[in-house]
Design a protein around this ligand. Sequence first.
Ligand code: ATP
Ligand code: MG
Length: 366
Amino acid sequence: MAHIVAIANQKGGVGKTTTAVNLAASLAIAERRTLLLDADPQGNATSGVGIVKHELQSSLYDSIVEGRPASEVLVPVPGLPHLELLPATQDLVGAELQLVDRPHREAALRDVLNEIKARYDYVIVDCPPSLGLLTLNVLASADTVLIPIQCEYYGLEGISQLLNTVRLVQQNFNPGLAISGVVLTMYDARLNLCRQVAEDAKEYFGAKMFVTPIPRNVRLAEAPSFGKPILLYDVQSVGAKSYLAVAQELMRRLEKLPVSETLEPQARVTTSDIAAADLATTGLATAERMNPEMVTAEGMNPEMVTAEAANPEVTNPEMRNPEARSSEAKGSEGTSPEATSSEATSSDATSSEPTSTEATNPEVTT
Ligand code: ATP
Ligand code: MG
């Protein structure tokens, strides 16, 4: 039975779609039967894997609102035999309005998924940037939530609201919902601000943090304009290796695989991918030594969503003193203004960075 993983964060532009597309592609490369479900009316995950929206006969809207069988809406993803897509178009905006008066309006997506989930090992769901009815439907049907956090000043803003929503969904609709992990996105180890966000996130989420952060990488930003996941666009890029490593971590957490078992991606993978897989294995082995809960927790720790009670100091990142943080950031990054303002400088330099947070910031894994 499929692991249904919601990629959720109501903040816009934090890397949800990039993570959903590339995680799904990485799982497919590892020969996991994977469905990428686009639950965002923007349809970015749909176009991100090369599907032309206006050529589609039907989309998630037709299944969720009109009751069309999902098996008739699915489309194969070019170049990735183990990956299928349940596409979204702008029509999906109407779904929120049309579902609102229905009984069990939060269960519409669950009904859609029940029809097809047995076909897959993983269903990766790209959520819209809101906590509205569509996201509620995703959370009500998911097994776990994976939260991407952008390494920027407001990166942790709104996280307690997201966790509250997860808790409400647990209490009312989906008691089994858990957090499968938290991934840092657009990470640049050279920026103090990024390292600070990583430390705060580690303090807040503990073992839920994925060992591998996703660096800021210009190839990741380019790939969607070619309608390709990064693995098909530039398999050698640091972005591709990082998403492979995150997929490895996710598989270890959800499939409870022993560390000794190698999860080498199969067909279509070059030696650099294997290197990325090794990196993930090494990182995980270290993390486990530090924290055995890491690979067994798989997001099942019920305290996760009540972390606020357990650790009031990190309860509400929004409540922290922003002035202290911003002046610190200014001071530290002021030494290299180009590094912060130039995407090219930043991303190119990042490719020589280790992809494990641990290598640059021991506290993230310890
Ligand atoms: P929305 O909330 O609008 O759905 P999102 O959370 O899905 O946004 P993305 O669309 O994945 O975010 O990413 C926002 C922008 O940042 C995109 O232009 C994307 O290409 C870029 N981006 C995402 N991750 C990275 C990265 N690691 N390095 C460089 N650019 C990135
Ligand atoms: Mg998106």
